[in-house]
Design a protein around this ligand. Structure first.
Ligand SMILES: [Fe+2]
Length: 266
């Protein structure tokens, strides 16, 4: 299916599917549009949510266990498809991180202010080319617990206030990265993590970015573990390929997002 209406940032494909679904329903089942939009509001967030930082969430022993898991991951499991855009090597949905994620459900539910369930996770090993341009996440990452494992230097991450999802008309122009970063209405605030610290943010509902990693010191790097959570019972709803079945609307049957393709191996 065409992505002509998709916005242009990382993870924006989902929002393009959401717009496409709205278009289809307006055309073919207008009496179901409100129900669909109402169901998707579960992935939005109250406007007064603020990023929560949990200092020392992982003590040295627990952090050591995470590092041990990382050392045990075979090199051919790493994905290279984000080296160019982010300067990072990625491991997606490693089973031991799923197990770790399960142990954090209560903590994250408390921080999020709603009961959550794990959706996905990925380990992100940023290199000297590390950078993360402004973007919004897909709702399968309504909540992300960002755990700092190791780093050469503290590396700020910047978060906007809670925003409405941009509509199909949203067009910040060619220089959209800087337009977003400099927009005073977004009221970006910065956070810095040290190893063992974690923070919880809502990626579909607040812009976030990291500028280029500092090249100071020795070997520039930042090892982060991203654990994604969704409201309890919404894992399937977050995936457009399930909408036709969930809503019993065959018209939405063409909206699946192709799985990421592992382009390269180490
Ligand atoms: Fe993100």
């Amino acid at each position: 299916m065409s992505d002509t209406k998709s916005p242009k940032w990382y993870d924006s494909v989902w929002l393009g599917r959401y717009f496409a679904a709205q278009d289809i329903l307006r055309r073919e089942a207008p009496d179901r549009l409100e129900e669909f939009e109402q169901a998707m509001r579960v992935f939005r967030c109250p406007a007064d949510y603020r990023v929560k930082v949990a200092r020392g969430l992982f003590d040295d022993e627990r952090l050591g266990q995470v590092k041990e898991i990382i050392r045990s991951i075979p090199r051919d499991v790493y994905w290279l498809d984000e080296v160019q855009q982010f300067g990072r090597l990625v491991v997606r949905d490693w089973p031991q991180f799923h197990a770790l994620q399960e142990t954090l459900v209560d903590v994250v539910s408390e921080m999020a202010g709603e009961p959550v369930e794990p959706s996905a996770n990925f380990l992100s090993l940023y290199t000297h080319r590390g950078v993360c341009e402004p973007h919004l996440d897909a709702p399968s990452a309504k909540w992300t617990l960002d755990l700092c494992i190791d780093q050469s230097e503290p590396w700020p991450i910047h978060f906007s206030q809670i925003v409405d999802w941009p509509g199909p008309e949203f067009d910040p122009g060619e220089d959209w990265r800087e337009e977003i970063k400099q927009d005073p209405a977004l009221r970006f605030r910065s956070e810095v993590l040290m190893p063992g610290d974690a923070l919880l943010f809502t990626g579909p509902n607040q812009w976030h970015y990291r500028d280029a990693i500092s090249l100071a010191g020795g070997k520039p790097h930042c090892d982060l573990l991203f654990l994604h959570f969704v409201p309890v019972g919404t894992t399937e709803l977050a995936q457009p390929e399930n909408w036709a079945r969930i809503f019993d609307l065959p018209q939405l049957g063409s909206l699946g997002i192709p799985p990421r393709v592992r382009l390269n191996r180490l």
